[in-house]
Design a protein around this ligand. Structure first.
Ligand code: HEC
Ligand code: HEC
Length: 412
């Protein structure tokens, strides 16, 4: 029912923008919901080139100015698990990226800084080393810049650089480790992000049934998974956006994810939702009326980008439910049903921005068996769970002994 209701709106929006074209070709394209990715796919349909095939995952790229060393990785691991990297020393990276919850947080919205709930789903840090665009709307371009935003963001770590540096300065083990790794007398916050990133670059899962299959082991996928792969690459059309080794074209699309009802029903969620509208530079009109996450729009400020998000990578999915930027789907079954309906949930809800919804998302007509095959194939991208014991936090100690302080006093 709802599907039919939106179809004419989309056509009308496209026609309307074509009529006002001329002054702004960019706006025309985007108003019609065609992102760079949509356009590339349209071209592919016209026979120029297809989407890149799925490929085995190679080693992650290492930035030349932040080479991996065992000491740096070990330091980064300590820092990742240390809640003193954050505001009130309770909320560090691992607080919202729990190894046992897929290195994410198993609720629709992530837990937030004390007193808040986050407004987006916590993403896994596994394989983040590969993504040139990080966060749901791609607002960070490296692990280094991502870590900084995470530790300082108001509803995430909410940390102050000075305080975090001061804490590290009063922990002898950190002073010694930073000195060894970075050569500084005192830990610099900038190096904290570098060390954490080095650790994250070790959290990769390359050894999945899909990788084994793509590397030549034809027994690595079951019959069911092979049928799922054919659907993924054919009838279900997933490959159009989820492609290449990282299973994401890193483009932005509105696939029709409906708003999370908690924004209307849960006071704390509502507060963060409003706060984020303001923090992300929403227009006044948008601030007053927004009822869902505008996604990539906050960054581009282009109305054609409302409700668009980075194509989510599909590796390690088996451990990272719930799904989507706002965690509205708790199982892969729900996700596949959503795509099968052409981007509608079981109540017929879809995006509040139908005008930007990707034309690539349409009813698929999958049978129950085909849905099961597709899910089996999605599971072949996950591999073994990566689990790790949390390291002990090195203790504080005063910078100077009483005797040293007394001597300094007397020398004055
Ligand atoms: C209060 C919870 C919270 C804390 C603390 C937190 N994160 Fe996150 N993390 C999230 C959420 C939620 C997202 C998605 C946010 C968004 O897209 O706006 C995210 C996204 C990420 C991503 C992006 C992954 C991808 O696929 O693009 C990485 C990497 C990451 N966090 C690492 C870290 C690191 C490193 C720290 C510590 C410095 C940290 N996080 C602290 C909740 C948290
Ligand atoms: C038009 C591009 C496009 C197509 C086609 C597409 N996806 Fe997606 N997919 C996305 C985007 C964008 C997201 C993130 C959306 C959001 O959070 O609002 C996503 C998210 C997902 C997620 C959630 C991942 C997570 O970590 O939460 C799964 C699972 C998924 N897609 C599977 C599929 C399957 C299966 C198909 C084929 C039936 C498919 N996708 C087709 C673009 C696409």
């Amino acid at each position: 029912m709802k599907k039919m209701k939106f179809a004419p709106t989309m056509v009308a929006a496209a026609v309307a923008t074509v009529l006002v074209a001329g002054c702004n070709a960019q706006a025309t394209k985007d108003q019609a919901g065609m992102s760079a990715g949509d356009k590339a796919m349209a071209a592919a349909g016209a026979g120029t080139s297809g989407p890149p095939p799925l490929a085995p995952l190679g080693p992650p790229p290492i930035p030349p100015d932040n080479q991996q060393t065992p000491e740096k990785i070990e330091l980064g691991k300590l820092l990742f698990f240390d809640p003193r990297i954050g505001g009130d020393a309770s909320t560090g990276c691992s607080t919202c990226h729990e190894p046992e919850q897929g290195w994410a947080w198993a609720e629709d919205f992530s837990r937030g800084y004390p007193g808040t709930v986050h407004w987006r789903n916590s993403q896994t840090v596994v394989n983040s080393a590969y993504f040139p665009r990080q966060f749901w709307a791609g607002s960070a371009s490296s692990n280094e810049s991502q870590a900084r935003s995470a530790a300082k963001g108001g509803v995430a770590g909410n940390g102050e650089d000075d305080i975090m540096e001061a804490r590290l300065a009063l922990i002898p083990e950190y002073r010694a480790r930073f000195k060894k790794v970075f050569g500084t007398d005192y830990p610099h916050i900038f190096d904290v992000w570098r060390a954490i990133s080095s650790f994250e670059r070790t959290l990769v899962q390359r050894d999945t049934p899909l990788d084994k299959y793509l590397l030549g082991d034809k027994t690595a996928l079951s019959e069911e998974q092979l049928r799922g792969k054919a659907l993924f690459e054919g009838k279900a059309g997933c490959i159009q956006c989820h492609n290449g080794a990282i299973t994401s074209d890193q483009n932005f699309y509105n696939i029709g994810v409906p708003p999370n009802k908690r924004w209307e029903e849960d006071g704390l969620a509502q507060i963060t939702f409003r706060f984020e509208q303001y923090a992300k530079g929403q227009t006044e009109e948008g601030y007053r009326t927004a009822k869902s996450d505008w996604g990539f729009y906050y960054r581009s400020k282009n109305p054609g980008d409302k409700g668009k998000f980075r194509t989510a990578p599909l590796r390690y999915l088996a451990y990272t439910a719930p799904y989507m930027h706002n965690g509205v789907f708790y199982t892969l079954e729900e996700v596949v049903d959503f795509y099968d309906r052409g981007g509608f949930d079981e109540e017929g809800r879809t995006t509040l921005f139908p005008e930007t919804k990707s034309p690539l998302i349409k009813p698929l007509g999958l049978t129950d068996d085909e849905k099961a095959d597709l899910i089996a194939f999605l599971e072949s991208m996950s591999g073994e769970e990566i689990l790790m014991e949390k390291p002990e936090q090195p203790p504080y100690a005063p910078l100077f002994t009483k005797a040293e302080l007394k001597a300094a006093q007397e020398a004055k």
